[in-house]
Design a protein around this ligand. Structure first.
Ligand code: FE2
Ligand code: FE2
Length: 149
């Protein structure tokens, strides 16, 4: 498995978790639980992706601009998640903000898969892509356990 295949597995999980959250009934516990699962997935993925895709990309001149762009989007998602964590999921507007988060998530995933991974694929070597996949997966799994508790 290379780094892109490993990253895509979480991308698919994120898309599904977003769809489930947006389709959820306005019940506090259901929404809190669905949002927690999405948040854990997004945070574990973003952190491990920053370390094992964007960090090596930042070391290359050709990777600087797209990495900055991606990290800025991770930060925007983090801020929306903080807002959703603080606010009660039954208050008016909560689902609208959850939709704003998921629109951002879907845009980000599509951009990574269609643009960033292609460019990064030309910069990283095949050996690096395999090694980074192993490192990413180990960190992602560790963080998912850490953030779930
Ligand atoms: Fe990302
Ligand atoms: Fe990603």
């Amino acid at each position: 498995m290379n780094i892109y295949e490993a990253l895509r597995e979480s991308h698919d999980a994120q898309r599904e978790l977003c769809a489930n959250l947006l389709a959820s009934a306005p019940d506090v516990n259901t929404r809190k639980q669905l949002f927690k699962s999405l948040k854990v997935e997004l945070e574990a993925h973003a952190a491990a992706e920053e370390r094992f895709l964007y960090s090596p990309m930042l070391m290359e001149d050709a990777g600087l601009s797209i990495s900055r762009h991606a990290l800025a989007e991770h930060h925007e998602m983090e801020e929306l998640m903080e807002e959703l964590t603080t606010n009660d999921p039954t208050v008016q507007g909560w689902l609208t903000r959850a939709k704003a988060l998921c629109d951002k998530v879907n845009h980000h995933l599509d951009e990574e898969e269609k643009v960033f991974f292609q460019l990064s694929g030309k910069i990283l070597s095949d050996t690096q892509k395999i090694k980074l996949a192993k490192e990413y997966l180990a960190d992602y799994k560790r963080l998912k356990i850490k953030y779930s508790n």
